[in-house]
Design a protein around this ligand. Structure first.
Ligand code: GLC
Length: 746
């Protein structure tokens, strides 16, 4: 009955809010509002204040907080355009009521709902490994509703940074190393957060971040400088943001770092020429935390006034938390360093988002109606589904998995009973809707005969005697490896990505007992664990799987569900090979590996002490069955759908269990004006196959997508290409095809 009520509520509620007309009608409302603002009120719209400063101290949890009277007066006067932080529905409504009674402009109230609000889903890097657009959208939509009930109408997500370097702690927050996967996930999450109509009172504004190429910071060190060519910027780092803009993302957050010497927060080339001029973005930009004032530390401005002038003139609409705008814009306009038009245009962008979000039409949250649309049990089921689909099976030998029914399982390692460690970075939003999510809980819930012994911690002691005793009493050992999630996320770059502590001692101790070992690896980044992979009979990459993560992992280990995850990053063999990514260009001396030179032949682009390949490559993931891809064919067609590359192949389930294969299409441009990637993902499709079943899979991509940027132009060149229809970025047979000159690229 609840489901029906929810659907009815949703329909009624959505109908109640007529979407503000877009286009001229919307612009008229923007102009009308702008025209009645004082200069001070305009400046107020360009500032995001810090939510935790506006409540009386020690006023308990969010619901019991009392807003400072002085703050409410300031809101009424129009001194705040926005707040960061969640203050609960009651305070949200007090704030909005004061704003509407006074200046008549509601506030944007935002927070970092990245993968966790009340329900915690797998970290984005894990979610990406599901390669499931529907899942990404459903998770975002569920988070939007919970976000509203936290007293926010805006989230600073999705994070779209392409991450090629596992040392960078923020690799956990995005979609991995590939522009297509990251862009599809970002666009799906924008659709989920914002809905078809962002003003329906059930959705929130999204924020694509961090614009742009933040993941390319030197040394994998957070906030560090980025130096890369305009071609690489356009071919690798911009595409996900273009996909988010095309999906209608309401806001964009420029990144902290400098790009070729110019901090993104004051780079008019990025913020105006590309973002607005080329991509047509007409929402608003919000600085990162204090990023405008940090221009001083960059050494590219003299003081706060100079920072305000350069940021606003470059196209930074709203300043997060620091106060360069509110303290200096009056004098800057008087001195002519910032024009009134620049101020007005920034305010227009802010007002446009507020109108699109419907805030003028319904400034307050109706908690009863939004609450009726939230189903905590359904969200936990969604979190469990997300965990199941995010887990990647990397190795499975000696028939280790799925666990045999009735088998005695010894479970080891401190993380196995630690549900907090399932959550991951940016999970501090709210943790009430997760329940006993650890691996031990999941295995018990799935009816496994499991006995837990800590025996070791990830970074500390290993009790070999306890391991021997536990393994001796079991048929198989499942052990938790990896790193604590607190070593990833913002400000958490690591100089080593090998397993910390003495974890290999654990694996050796188990193998010495002659029992099969299933290694479950937790963490927010790819780690280098070749020795563990060698010792273990099975390896599962569990990432930080969220508030129902233990259940999801157990469902996969027991075979209740098939493993479906595929990597969206390469797993390196050592720290030293970072950055490592499948889509690297070749070189004039491509690596030559042969039985005499496993590390690679001298005088080719290899290391002399480690194999050049990924331990596990992008796109890789095993299932409990096996597949064969054959009869691959590729060609160019030019039909009603325009000029397209069509790739077909027969996929057979050659194993004993039903399962799904993720068929991936990679392409290489064999001869181009600039060196092109050895392979680039162009499309993918999941195909469900019963044991023994064969299906023909067809993948189509526009010929236009075979082009690339160089010297500021996007070109599609005729000539020879190679395609692979494969199970990952390292497998498959090459199939050549030609792009003839007369084929139109459009
Ligand atoms: C942080 C992060 C950004 C986040 C913002 C607000 O420093 O860089 O991702 O959205 O501040 O918390």
């Amino acid at each position: 009955m609840r489901k029906l009520a929810t659907l009815a509520t949703l329909a009624a509620f959505t109908a109640a809010f007529a979407a503000p007309a877009g286009g001229p009608a919307l612009e008229r409302r923007v102009e009308e509002t702008l025209s009645r603002l004082t200069f001070e009120q305009k400046v107020g719209q360009l500032w995001q204040g810090l939510g935790r400063k506006v409540v009386e101290p020690a006023s308990g949890d969010m619901s019991g907080e009392k807003l400072k009277e002085s703050f409410v007066m300031d809101v009424r006067a129009g001194r705040y355009g926005s707040l960061i932080g969640k203050r609960g529905v009651e305070n949200y409504n007090i704030i909005q009521r004061a704003a509407m009674e006074g200046v008549g402009i509601p506030l944007l109230i935002g927070n970092d709902m990245i993968h966790s609000v009340v329900t915690t889903y797998p970290i984005p890097l894990a979610l990406a490994c599901s390669w499931d657009e529907s899942l990404w959208e459903r998770v975002a939509e569920a988070m939007a509703l919970e976000t509203i009930l936290e007293g926010c109408n805006w989230t600073f997500a999705p994070m779209l940074d392409i991450a090629l370097d596992a040392r960078w702690g923020r690799i956990a927050e995005g979609g991995g190393c590939d522009p297509l996967v990251t862009g599809l996930m970002g666009a799906a999450m924008v659709r989920g957060f914002q809905g078809a109509d962002m003003s329906d009172g059930l959705h929130i504004a999204a924020c694509a971040k961090h614009y742009v190429c933040y993941g390319a910071s030197l040394g994998g060190r957070d906030y560090n400088a980025v130096e890369l060519s305009d071609d690489t910027l356009r071919n690798t780092y911009l595409p996900p943001f273009r996909m988010a803009v095309d999906a209608g993302v309401a806001t964009i957050m420029p990144a902290f770092h400098s790009y070729n010497g110019v901090p993104c927060s004051m780079d008019g080339y990025l913020l105006r020429d590309i973002l607005r001029g080329e991509m047509g973005f007409d929402g608003m930009t919000i600085s990162d935390w204090g990023a405008v004032s940090q221009l001083i530390q960059h050494g590219t401005v003299v003081d706060g006034a100079d920072a305000a002038a350069k940021a606003l003139n470059a196209g930074m609409d709203m300043e997060m938390v620091s106060e360069c705008y509110i303290k200096n814009l009056a004098s800057l306009v008087n001195e002519g360093r910032v024009s009134m038009k620049t101020v007005d245009d920034a305010v227009r962008n802010v007002l446009r988002v507020k109108f699109r979000l419907g805030l003028f039409d319904h400034p307050e949250i109706d908690a009863a109606k939004v609450g009726a649309a939230v189903d905590p049990a359904a969200n936990r089921a969604l979190a469990r589904e997300a965990a199941q689909k995010s887990i990647v099976l990397l190795k499975n030998e000696a028939d280790a998995l799925p666990l045999k029914s009735g088998a005695k399982v010894a479970l080891l390692g401190d993380v196995s009973t630690n549900d907090w460690q399932m959550l991951g970075c940016w999970s501090t939003c709210n943790l009430s809707n997760f329940e006993n999510a650890a691996l031990l809980d999941g295995l018990k819930a799935d009816g496994v005969d499991v006995a837990y012994t800590e025996a070791y911690t990830l970074t500390g002691r290993v009790d070999a005697a306890e391991i021997e005793k536990a393994a001796g009493q079991a048929d198989i050992v499942v052990a938790a490896f990896g790193s604590y999630w607190e070593t990833t996320g913002e400000g958490n770059s690591s100089s080593k990505i090998e397993l910390p502590g003495n974890q290999l001692e654990v694996a050796r101790a188990v193998k010495a007992c002659g029992k099969p070992l299933v290694a479950v690896v937790f963490g927010g980044r790819p780690m280098a664990f070749p020795e563990l992979a060698e010792l273990a009979d099975a390896v599962v990459m569990a990432w930080n799987p969220g508030g129902c993560g233990g259940w999801g992992i157990a469902d996969v280990l027991t075979g209740a569900v098939e493993p479906r995850g595929r990597l969206t990053v390469d797993i390196p063999r050592t720290t030293g090979v970072c950055p490592l990514f499948y889509s690297q260009t070749t070189t004039g001396r491509p690596v030559v590996v042969n039985k005499n030179n496993p590390f690679g032949q001298r005088f080719t682009s290899c290391y002399n002490d480690v194999e050049p390949s990924a331990l596990y490559p992008f796109g890789f993931g095993l299932t409990y069955t096996t597949f064969e891809i054959k009869n691959e064919k590729c060609g160019i067609v030019n039909d009603a759908g325009g000029a397209q590359l069509v790739a077909v192949a027969d996929v057979t389930n050659t194993g004993k269990r039903d399962g799904s294969e993720l068929v991936q299409l990679y392409v290489r441009d064999k001869v181009a004006k600039i060196a092109r990637p050895r392979r680039e993902l162009k499309s993918f499709a999941r195909v469900e196959l019963k044991s023994g079943e064969t299906k023909r899979v067809e993948l189509r991509v526009p010929v236009a997508s075979l082009g690339y940027w160089t010297k500021g132009s996007y070109i599609v060149e005729p000539g020879g290409f190679t395609a692979w229809i494969a199970s990952d970025s390292d497998s498959g047979r090459p199939v050549d095809f030609n792009l003839d000159p007369e084929i139109p690229a459009k």
